[in-house]
Design a protein around this ligand. Sequence first.
Ligand code: LLP
Length: 398
Amino acid sequence: MSKLTADQLKNIAAKFGTPLYVYDANYITAQYAKLTAAFAGSNTTFFYACKALTNINILKHIKAIGCNVDCSSINEAKLALLAGFEAGRVLYTSNSIHFSEIEEAVSLGIHINIDSISNLEKFGKKYGHGYPVGIRLRPNIMAGGNLKISTGHDKSKFGIPVDQLNEVLEVVAENNIHIQNLHIHTGSDIKDVEVFVKGIEVLFDIIPHFKELSSIDLGGGFKVPYKTGDAETDIPLLAQKVKEAFDSHPVAKGLQIWFEPGKFLVSGSGYLLADVNVMKETANTNFVGLNTGFNHLIRPMFYDAYHEIKNISNPAGPEKTYTIVGNICETDTFATDRSLNEIREDDTLVFYNAGAYGFEMSSNFNSRHKPAEVLVKDGEAILIRKRDVFEDLLRGQL
Ligand code: LLP
């Protein structure tokens, strides 16, 4: 998939200033098309995990291309409805929530996956058979790029452990709950297709206990390449394995397959543009200090994530070694000893793969402003979120 060019990004930076998040709508469309093409042979539906990037203009684009939406909080669900999604296209998969959020989700008429026996019991007492619901199970599978983003292992807080199935069955029977969906999500950055196959095996053992299922939800977590040569989840292979498994199962073959991709749809669509404030040469390190920091893109510091960086102001400059840092009052190193085209003060750098969990995990730490966001669509760069101004820092304060 092609990327926005350095020239396009330079023009956008000149027009809107930096630090700036830029998203490419065409990229999202193409990623979604890859999924639907690969899974065309099976009854599969995709719910965009909007925790990756919730700007309402992105949600509207996701809706326009025909994808559904998965939400991790009631507010995300409300944003999705505001973006125009019909309730039947909204899925709500949350954890550690107060039961009142589930009540609110019921009042919105959206799909719900319940993540604890305690809430399942409350749900059963209040709604009985009246509102079909899903349950999130913990398959006890270790998977994902690192422990912080691994959610299906046997010490994970997420979902109801499969080893507690008997308790689930008791609660379901006692309250005559209509279980329509079984859900698992084992983590993020999962490149190995076999992880999904293992998850399917776990669920297939459980299917016979639930007679009213209409779908099986395999979560998200498809790995995207963060650097050249990086592996990504083999989507056609995954589609083939999933189809084989479901087609050969007497009950599962009649069920719809759900996935909840976040990163896969939006990671590569996003760019963070930042300017160089300060060059600092020391005995052993050549620091580049930017007008951004972990308040805007925390992935490198939080997960040791690699983000490709380029100097779009001097793309033909000689390569030198730099350590790229932010302007926050803590060590916020984006990249150590990275080889980049010669960098000068006021140059603009771009961080790639900044679409997922970039702006979304940003903060006002150090009382710095959050960046603006721009969407490139139909050849036009449109401002979709204003840069914070000083008053935003005081909003809500008394
Ligand atoms: N479904 C559920 C229930 C999830 O918890 C998540 C992600 C997804 C779907 C989407 O996963 P994806 O396709 O985006 O990998 N902030 C981390 C990733 C955390 C993901 C949390 N849950 C990062 O920047 O790597």
